[in-house]
Design a protein around this ligand. Sequence first.
Ligand code: NDP
Length: 300
Amino acid sequence: MPTDQIPTLTLNNEVTMPALGYGVFQTPPEETVAAVRTALEVGYRHVDTAAAYGNEREVGRAIRESGLDRDEVFVETKVWVSDFGYDQTLHAFDKAAGKLGLDRLDLLILHQPAPARFDTTIDAYRALETLLADGKVRAIGVSNFMPGHLARLLDATSVVPAVNQVELHPYFQQPAVQAADAERGVLTQAWSPIGGITFYPGWGDDTRRSTLEDPTIASIAATHARTPAQVMLRWHLQQGRSAIPKSVTPSRIAENFDVAGFELTADELASIDALDTGVRGGPDPEVDRARFYELEIPEA
Ligand code: NDP
């Protein structure tokens, strides 16, 4: 992999996607246009949003206002669980595309499995297959799928997901998920790639350890005269993953994109691999949460 540029990944249906995307979870709608505009100015050409983030409309506006051609920006969004089911998910596409102001999405994924209603998850995925066949989306995928979910999905459907977006940072690396994805030809995409969930303000308790303050990562960062966030992003890219860091802070938006031009050694990669605690920060995808279904996604 050349180190002087951000890699482009080829998905299992030959669609290409910039490995580094820009995430907007927890970005308030009123800050989203400016944040996404900054990201596009800095050079990001891949944006990850979701129906549940409530900011698809603003992501679409930022892309239009950027003056870039539609085809220059890879747009990824997610169907929320309250919209699972065949007809419901077809309609979820209309809602997302309507808010984004786009006829076609680059990547549409199921936000998470609905473990106690897996039949609705399968129906939702069948709708994604229809959208793919109809040319409404260029690629389809899943998020927060454990290997068992992936196996059940593959048994019941025919298109292998292009992407599985999962929690993945130095403190929670999910090797079994990464192996299952790789075996099936599914690209693993890291959410909280710099460990945001280990330090989001206002979440969790004082026992959390922040990946940004990890001494091993800090020491590698010092060696390369880079920041801990840049080292973590480089680790993802060198291991072939997609990563979608989020920031609303212009200097950090730029910092997180400035990850070409240096290379971690095999020993450095291995020492980051060794930081895995096996403890997730986010919700366990095996647990069905009634409150998830209560969130209603508004019409476009
Ligand atoms: P990240 O690992 O991207 O971390 C984001 C946090 O880190 C924010 O608090 C941000 O603050 C801060 N930050 C960003 N850059 C830097 C930096 N260079 N130095 C110090 N602090 C920094 O976590 P996220 O959980 O947001 O994950 C990224 C994206 O993944 C989301 O935006 C979303 O698109 C996706 N996601 C998907 C999920 C899913 O279930 N599929 C779940 C969670 C996330 P600030 O903004 O104030 O600068």
